[in-house]
Design a protein around this ligand. Sequence first.
Ligand SMILES: [Zn+2]
Length: 81
Amino acid sequence: MDGISSSPGEPLSMLRRLLIASLFLAGCSQTVHYVSSRKSDVFHRSTCSEVGHIKSENLQSLGDERSAAAKDRRACDVCKP
Ligand SMILES: [Zn+2]
């Protein structure tokens, strides 16, 4: 009965491996960009889910330098920038 549950040539596992590889590549090529709200001293990665809650008029871009973004601010607990 062996070989039935996990065959290495199974199309699903191939797809899963491709998906993981593309996610990994996308993560690597993406430049980290930092943002914050004018109303708070917390800074986030631009991809953070909390950024969606910041009003667009309060959203400010901090660039891609972490040291500059972190100046006088604290890191978000959600995205841990
Ligand atoms: Zn965040």
